[in-house]
Structures are given as structure tokens and as C-alpha cells.
Design a protein around this ligand. Structure first.
Ligand code: TYD
Ligand code: MG
Length: 465
């Protein structure tokens, strides 16, 4: 056997160096280096199982036989949708998220459902004992009689077990706990994560068994393990949410078997994760009617339009530097919109604190919500409510103009479905929305919106602005 050599590898980003370093020159992390024995590269005997490319001869794409893959449904509708319709044979799926967000809960719930439909699933747990897994499953009211669990962190043992049984789904929770003894370094080091994952993925491909890998991302946003694995796996799903709020969103970041624009919405309850079948209603559940500062806007979560409520509170500030605080919308975007309101329609916001919040713990990342944010701020400032059955959508430019947004028809259709009867939309898109059962108001500028819906006139300023 060839000689092995020691290297030091950053656990955050995988940067490797011949000597120990206190700080990683690549990602800047402190004390992140640990020793990893890099196994000598054996000359590849054959390509990794499952990655073989057959033949190597040119052929017309139209003559390539279509793969008729039967997808295995997990039984959770939101999860199946994000996966692109279910699990494909041999697919490696990484479920990444912060500790405590609910990854294990999601998988054990999906596992129980799949087992019920005849799936033979093995749950490898490296983090919790078998008893803990059982306790949780029972607490969630799941039928444990069909679930198989393997408390193990040693990769050779896991390989032996998963290949000897007749399982048709493997779950490994989590990849950071696995260890391949031949390779030095602690579990969770980048070398271990990469090697263990690559081996499991090869096995999954060779056997045609879907493989779930759970990966933790750290609080600071470092995606130590998951980042290393993104190119190895077929699908990367991120499970997001804040601990003290029930909302959880499952996003597809990469998917070789489906769209990356799908999202699943869940709610963490005392009895596990519930699927939020009607997310718009969820986000609007406690909406106060007739309150100033509240605006509803349709945002796109992947392919799906969702209605969200934006709330603003504008109050006199005792501070020399008034506050601009936001939750769920980009802070600098709110600053920009406040500046537009001040300059273009002369709302005197300079001595006011502005708080903007998206209710339900959701996050809005698209400028299509600009007009709604501006409307919420103005509504609170003027202390005038907007009509309760109005939705507002449009991007706002620095000149105060309202710009086009994508998928407007889909957004409005969702609003109409939930009983909204009026929509303020970008002027350029107001025509061409025929067929929607809504009163459509095309607005060209923020000033026009405020004039028409809040009866506010920009005295001394330009009427069209
Ligand atoms: P868990 O699935 O263990 O998270 P992860 O695997 O991502 O680390 O979820 C742990 C959190 O979820 C924990 O803080 C408690 C909460 N939780 C509930 O609120 N309700 C439940 O029914 C369960 C099982 C967990
Ligand atoms: Mg867990």
C-alpha cells in the first residue's frame, strides 16, 4: 500500500494545507483546521459504480431510450412536490438546515408514511440513540412497527447493513457524524464528510436506492458539510425557519430530477411538522382588518404565488438617527423606499422611526413587494388604512416609478382565490389582465398610488411623481 500523508484541512470550507494554520486563508475561520490523513489515490479500477457511462458512442438524442422512472412518493405532499414528484431510484438527496430546525422530524414523519405505503426504509442515526428516535416517533403518533433504525457512525458497518438488507430507501442522519476509519480526522471534518458521502452515494447509485443525507449548517451561516456535498448529490434541499416561530420552508437549491423553484411550507407544532396546504391563508390568518400600515402583497415562493401581509409602523423618533428596523424584508430596500417617499412624494419621514415586518415569520426577497412596503409605510404615516380587499404589487424605482414584475397573472389569481377584489399593479402591465375577477388599477408611480388609494396629495410636488 502506498504511503499516506498528513494534511490539515479546514472544517468550514475544505481548504487543505501541508501545515497547521490558526486561521483559514480561504474562508477566514479561526481554529478550524484539523488533521486529515489523505489516503493515497489508488488507480481507479473502474469508474465509481453508478457513474459508468455506457458505450461512449455518439447517438441521436431522439434514439436514447427514455428512462421510465417510477418515483417513490414520501407521502408528504409538500415534500414530494419539492422533490419533483417523489424519490427517484439511486438519487442522493441532501437535506440541509440549522440544528433544531426539524430535519430529523421531517424525515422520520416521511419515513413512517413511506413505510406504510410499502417502502422498506432504514434510518441510520448517528446523532440520537435508537431509543430517542423511537421516543420521538411515538410522541409524533407514528406507527413504529414498520420502521427500522440503525444507530451507527462507522461507515463500514453502515455499508454492510444497508447492502445486506432489502431496504429501498436509506436515510443517514447526519453525514457529519459518520466516520470512515481508514481516513484520519474527526467525524465532521471535510475529508470525512466528503469521503463518507461519496461512498454512500456510489452505493445508492449501484443499488438504485434513494439516499437521504442530513447535513447541518451552522448558525453563522457556514455550510461546512453541505457545501462540500452540493456537487456530489443530485438534489439539495434547504430547510429553513426560526426556532421560536412555527413556519418552516423547504427550498430546493439544486435538483437533477425536478424544478429548483419549488418550495414546501410546513408548520412546526407540538405534534410534529404539519403541512401547510393553504400557505396564503396561513400568512393572512390574523390580519387586522382596517388597520393602517397593513398591506397584502402576492409574492412568488418558487413557482407558487403566496399572499403575505406586510406591516409598517411609523412613529416619531426621539433619536437623532431614527431607526429603520425590518423583519422579513431587506433593510436597505426599506431605507431606499423611505428615501423615495421622502423625496418624490414629500412624506416627512426623516424624524420618524420606521419598523417593517412580514407577518408569520416569512421572508420576502423580491423587489416585486416594493410598492406594498412603500404603501404600508405611507399608510402608517398617514394613519389611513388601505381597503381590506386590495392587494398591491410592483417594483419601485428610484424615480418613484412603478415597474413591472414577473408572473403577475399568477399572483393575482391567487389573490382572487382568497377573496381579494382589487389590485394595484404596475401601469405597464394593467392591460392584458383580462379574465381576472378583480378591479385592476394600473399605477405609474408611488405618488399616483398614494393619491388614488390613500387620498394623499403631494402638495408642491409633481402630481405625477
Ligand atoms: P429536530 O427534528 O430534532 O431538528 P434537527 O434534526 O434539524 O436538528 O427538531 C428539533 C426541534 O423541533 C426541537 O427544538 C423541538 C422541536 N419539535 C417540536 O416543536 N415539535 C415536535 O413534535 C418535535 C418532534 C420537535
Ligand atoms: Mg436531527
Amino acid at each position: 500500500m502506498a504511503k499516506t500523508k498528513a494534511r490539515y484541512v479546514c472544517r468550514q470550507c475544505g481548504f487543505s494545507s501541508a501545515g497547521f494554520l490558526g486561521r483559514c486563508p480561504e474562508c477566514g475561520a479561526w481554529e478550524s483546521f484539523s488533521e486529515a490523513i489523505i489516503a493515497p489515490k489508488h488507480p481507479p479500477k473502474s469508474p465509481r459504480a453508478g457513474y459508468e457511462l455506457s458505450g461512449g458512442q455518439a447517438m441521436a438524442l431522439s434514439e436514447v431510450p427514455a428512462e421510465n422512472t417510477v418515483r417513490l412518493r414520501t407521502g408528504l405532499v409538500e415534500l414530494d412536490r419539492v422533490l419533483g414528484g417523489g424519490l427517484t431510484p439511486g438519487a442522493a438527496i441532501l437535506l440541509a438546515g440549522e440544528p433544531g430546525v426539524g430535519k430529523s422530524t421531517l424525515l422520520i414523519q416521511a419515513a413512517a408514511k413511506t413505510a406504510h405505503q410499502g417502502g422498506r426504509l432504514l434510518y441510520v442515526t448517528g446523532e440520537e440513540s435508537a431509543a430517542q428516535v423511537k421516543l420521538r416517533a411515538e410522541r409524533l403518533g407514528l406507527d413504529t412497527s414498520l420502521l427500522w433504525v440503525l444507530p451507527q457512525t462507522s461507515l463500514p458497518e453502515i455499508e454492510r447493513e444497508i447492502t445486506s438488507g432489502n431496504w429501498n430507501i436509506w436515510v443517514v442522519d447526519s453525514i457529519q457524524t459518520l466516520q470512515w476509519p481508514e481516513l484520519g480526522g474527526p467525524a465532521g471534518s471535510s475529508g470525512q464528510i466528503r469521503e463518507c458521502a461519496a461512498r454512500l452515494i456510489s452505493l445508492a447509485k449501484a443499488k438504485g436506492v434513494p439516499l437521504w443525507l442530513v447535513g447541518h449548517i451552522t448558525k453563522e451561516g457556514h455550510i461546512a458539510g453541505p457545501k462540500l456535498l452540493e456537487h456530489l448529490v443530485d438534489t439539495v434541499l434547504y430547510f429553513e425557519g426560526e426556532r421560536d416561530r412555527p413556519l418552516r420552508i423547504l427550498r430546493s437549491f439544486k435538483n437533477r430530477f425536478g424544478s429548483v423553484n419549488e418550495t414546501g411550507v410546513f408548520e412546526m407544532t407540538g405534534a410534529g411538522l404539519g403541512e401547510v396546504v393553504n400557505p396564503s391563508a396561513f400568512f393572512l390568518a390574523e390580519r387586522p382588518k382596517g388597520a393602517s400600515g397593513s398591506v397584502v402583497t402576492p409574492v412568488m415562493e418558487g413557482h407558487r404565488p403566496l399572499l403575505m401581509e406586510i406591516q409598517a409602523l411609523v412613529s416619531f423618533s426621539p433619536l437623532a438617527m431614527p431607526r429603520r428596523q425590518t423583519l422579513g424584508v431587506d433593510h436597505s430596500r426599506v431605507g431606499l423606499l423611505a428615501a423615495v417617499l421622502e423625496k418624490k412624494v414629500r412624506l416627512k419621514l426623516f424624524d420618524r422611526d420606521i419598523f417593517v415586518n412580514v407577518t408569520g415569520g416569512a421572508k420576502i426577497g423580491e423587489p416585486a413587494a416594493d410598492l406594498a412596503v412603500a404603501a404600508a409605510i405611507a399608510s402608517s404615516f398617514l394613519d389611513k388604512p388601505l381597503p381590506p380587499d386590495l392587494v398591491v404589487v410592483g417594483e419601485v424605482g428610484l424615480a418613484g416609478e412603478v415597474r413591472r414584475v414577473g408572473r403577475l397573472r399568477d399572483r393575482l389569481a391567487e389573490a382572487a382565490r382568497l377573496g381579494f377584489t382589487k389590485a394595484a399593479v404596475p401601469l405597464g402591465e394593467a392591460d392584458g389582465l383580462s379574465g381576472l375577477k378583480m378591479e385592476i388599477d394600473g399605477v405609474g408611480s408611488v405618488g399616483q398610488f398614494l393619491y388614488r388609494h390613500l387620498n394623499y396629495t403631494n402638495r408642491g410636488g409633481d402630481r405625477n411623481q
